[in-house]
Design a protein around this ligand. Structure first.
Ligand SMILES: Nc1nc2c(c(=O)[nH]1)N[C@H]1C(S)=C(S)[C@@H](COP(=O)(O)OP(=O)(O)OC[C@H]3O[C@@H](n4cnc5c(=O)[nH]c(N)nc54)[C@H](O)[C@@H]3O)O[C@H]1N2
Ligand SMILES: Nc1nc2c(c(=O)[nH]1)N[C@H]1C(S)=C(S)[C@@H](COP(=O)(O)OP(=O)(O)OC[C@H]3O[C@@H](n4cnc5c(=O)[nH]c(N)nc54)[C@H](O)[C@@H]3O)O[C@H]1N2
Ligand code: SF4
Ligand SMILES: [Mo]
Length: 678
């Protein structure tokens, strides 16, 4: 049996693993020793990552809609129809009537090609991906305060931190290897502070658990900063040497004494003060956060607050400190780095900057590239509903399950003249398509993924694509050729990577040869550069760190007499997002086979809901029925539903209200009602 070294296709930890191959099939995975993140282990999803590859449900060839039904056709016919259709619609309505969704599941090379197809072949910046639903708030908030939206420090360093503040991240379930380093720090005597409206596994190891109301993070963190300033625990030297706008921050947080923090967040004032002292007194304190912070209409303000807290205490630019947004998908960091975003080319070079446009136009042999920022994911679907966008090409995303308020998304997708979906399964979104293109899975192609700590790593082909499926990069190049774009022919992924490295300053010093054995952390600006484990040493990416004070604002929807509870949504350990892969993986599905809602014993009793009984949850958008899990892990007044289950899709309920700056939807708080099913 042969073993092929590659990178896990699930989360942003980026564990390396070996795929066991026998008889042209992937029959198992195994951990590899020596990898700096995985350290010889895998989580349960990694151990089972081979299962979906050979699922009988895999798309094995392209499909075309005929007489209302999707039917198998040849690649020639499907590609002609898809490429011809996009070309015709662009000619009739202009390039901005098209929108392209790229994929954080696909490789850097494939994301680079998708954005090149949109920009060079079709001349539109309407190209985006799920980062918009995820860390858009981090990108905006950290760019303003530090000058870079990425994780400031590496995963390994967390083990040496004296204090770790985990806020809005269920780390053991969603980033198991990061959690392992956090627990290592606790074992070494480090203090753990957890802020989460639910009790999660990490709270058992926490010195302080701040169990706040969903949507009260700014008030909570402002109160912590109030205590730090009142007790003179701030780092004066760091503030004066490395930051600006401190006075404005001090003015704002003066109005948040812990009593006010308590009134807004529900956390006792003395716990807020204890958390503030613990964080501020540590020699090296790290902040770790994820979707509990970003997915709010105040997402950017939440991120600003955390950046303020770190700068106030001088916890940036040193080992084992920093502000660390945990990136979720295996390659969401990479999809952003290579420019699958409506506003930037690779390396965050802005499409509104004439010099950047000229650089890319010259490299791609085109005359001119579009200079107006394109539509983001949610904006593009809204524009489809209004008829402004008429065709969409969606690669490796499933918005019919993952977008907020699915009914609204469905209306948008159904209004399109042409919908092309490229996936490895016939997802809820693919079922609406006019053409379905069968992509190859991670085990069937070469390329690179970039993990949450900016580590660029190899993905290696272990087997031939199943059936007639084709690697996404090959489909994209074929597509470009058919629409007359000559600049997209490549010998293979390595050839694409070399172009990408040439055009991207932070990847400039990388090559496939240099990525052996465990990848490199960007920035890696020239050949021979060893890569960069932590950012902002000595100076911030933007020069001075900028304090950006924020005021508390409530969620878009707050409970009232009709919808009296707060619903928050998220994930669990055994499943992945819209379930396309994990619900086709028996060992995982056995562990967690059905949709459920977490509800407190008080709220359940008041409504006659029994543990394990059926409950009906409704919001202003819709209603679903699912199993009640009665648990003290959620506070009274709060419900939690994971969004993995199509039979009770949480996103029929969620509120599509957006953060005004980052355009991220408020998945983490809306008003809801629950009752026992008759
Ligand atoms: N097993 C598994 N792992 C995954 C994924 C998966 O689908 N399954 N998805 C990946 C992706 S793309 C992402 S983005 C990450 C997400 O990783 P996480 O952000 O860790 O996951 P979530 O479950 O969305 O939410 C995290 C926590 O936020 C809390 N929370 C809810 N409301 C609030 C609030 O108002 N404030 C605060 N501070 N906290 C709140 C929830 O109680 C929950 O514990 O996970 C990645 N890893
Ligand atoms: N209610 C609620 N909704 C949420 C969130 C939440 O916390 N609550 N979180 C949001 C977040 S953070 C995220 S990141 C999004 C995720 O939203 P999506 O990205 O839409 O969800 P996934 O299920 O990861 O979709 C990935 C798709 O890629 C396909 N795929 C896998 N590998 C390949 C490949 O190699 N090639 C191709 N072509 N396709 C492939 C899979 O089959 C799947 O259909 O969901 C968002 N939605
Ligand atoms: S921790 Fe993440 S990268 Fe590692 S095996 Fe689990 S899902 Fe894969
Ligand atoms: Mo995400």
């Amino acid at each position: 049996m042969a073993g092929v070294l590659t990178t896990c296709p699930y989360c942003g930890c980026g564990c390396n693993m070996e795929l066991q191959v026998a008889g042209g099939r992937v029959v198992g995975t195994s951990p590899v020793g020596g990898h700096p993140v995985a350290q010889g282990s895998l989580c349960v999803k990694g151990w089972n990552a081979h299962e979906f590859v050979h699922s009988p449900d895999r798309l094995t060839g392209p499909l075309l809609r005929r007489d209302g039904r999707l039917a198998p056709v040849s690649w020639e016919e499907a590609m002609d129809f898809a490429a011809g259709g996009l070309k015709r619609i662009a000619a009739e309505h202009g390039p901005d009537a098209l929108a392209f969704f790229s994929s954080a599941k696909c490789t850097n090379e494939e994301n680079f090609l998708m954005m090149k197809l949109a920009r060079a072949a079709f001349r539109t910046n309407n190209v985006d991906h799920c980062a918009r639903l995820c860390h858009a708030s981090s990108v905006v908030g950290l760019a303003e305060t530090f000058g870079s939206g990425a994780m400031t420090n590496s995963i390994e360093e967390l083990a040496q931190a004296d204090c770790i503040f985990v806020i809005g991240s269920n780390t053991t379930e969603q980033h198991p290897q990061v959690a392992a380093r956090i627990l290592e720090s606790v074992r070494r005597g480090g203090a753990l502070i957890v802020a989460d409206p639910r009790s999660i596994r990490l709270t058992r190891f926490a010195k302080v658990h701040l169990r706040h109301r969903p949507g009260s993070d700014v008030a909570l963190v402002n109160s912590m900063m109030h205590v730090i300033l009142a007790e003179k625990l701030e780092n004066r030297e760091f503030i004066s040497a490395r930051t600006e706008n401190f006075e404005a921050l001090a003015r704002t947080v003066r109005a948040y004494p812990p009593r006010r923090g308590e009134a807004i967040s529900g956390v006792p004032a003395d716990l807020i003060a204890q958390a503030a002292r613990t964080y501020a007194r540590a020699k090296a304190a790290a902040i770790v956060y994820s979707m509990g912070i970003t997915q709010h209409v105040t997402g950017v303000d939440n991120v600003r607050s955390l950046a303020n807290l770190a700068m106030l205490t001088g916890n940036v630019g040193r080992p084992s400190t920093g502000v660390n947004p945990l990136r979720g998908q295996n390659n969401v960091q990479g999809a952003c780095d290579v420019g699958a975003l409506a506003n930037v080319y690779s390396g965050y070079q802005s499409v509104t900057d004439p010099a950047a446009r000229q650089k890319f136009a010259r490299a791609w042999g085109t005359d001119e590239l579009p200079g107006q920022v394109g539509l983001t994911v949610v904006e593009a679907i809204n524009a489809a509903a209004d008829g402004r966008v008429k065709a969409m090409y969606i690669m490796g995303e499933n918005p019919m399950m993952s977008d907020p308020d699915i009914r609204k998304a469905e209306k948008g997708l159904r209004s399109l003249e042409l919908l092309i979906v490229q996936d490895i399964f016939l997802t809820e979104t693919a079922r609406l398509a006019d053409v379905v293109l069968a992509g190859a899975s991670f085990a069937e192609k070469d390329g690179t993924f970039t993990n949450t700590e900016r580590r660029v790593q190899r993905v290696r082909k272990a087997i031939e694509p199943v059936g007639q499926a084709r690697a996404d990069w090959e489909i994209l190049c074929d597509f470009a050729r058919r629409v007359g774009c000559e600049q997209m022919s490549y010998a293979g992924p390595e050839d694409v990577f070399n172009e990408l490295a040439e055009l991207t300053p932070s990847y400039h010093g990388m090559s496939y040869a240099r990525l052996e054995p465990w990848g490199l952390l960007w920035p890696c600006p020239e050949p021979g550069h060893p890569g960069t484990p932590y950012l902002h040493q000595g100076t911030f990416a933007r020069g001075k760190g900028h304090f950006s004070p924020a005021e508390h604002r409530p969620p878009d929807e707050i409970p009232d007499e009709h919808y009296d509870l707060i619903l928050t949504t998220g994930r669990i350990y055994f499943h992945w997002h819209t379930g396309s892969m994990t619900r086709r993986t028996n060992p995982l599905n056995r562990e967690s086979p059905e949709a459920f809602v977490e509800i407190s014993p008080e709220d359940a009793a008041a409504r006659g809901i029994r543990p394990g009984g059926r409950a009906r949850v409704s919001t202003r958008r819709g209603a679903i029925e699912l199993t009640a899990r009665v648990t003290e892990d959620v506070a009274p007044g709060v419900l939690f539903i994971p969004f993995h289950f199509h039979e009770a899709a949480a996103n029929l309920l969620t509120n599509p209200a957006l953060d005004p700056e980052a355009k991220i939807p408020e998945y983490k708080a809306c008003a809801a009602r629950v009752e026992a099913c008759p």
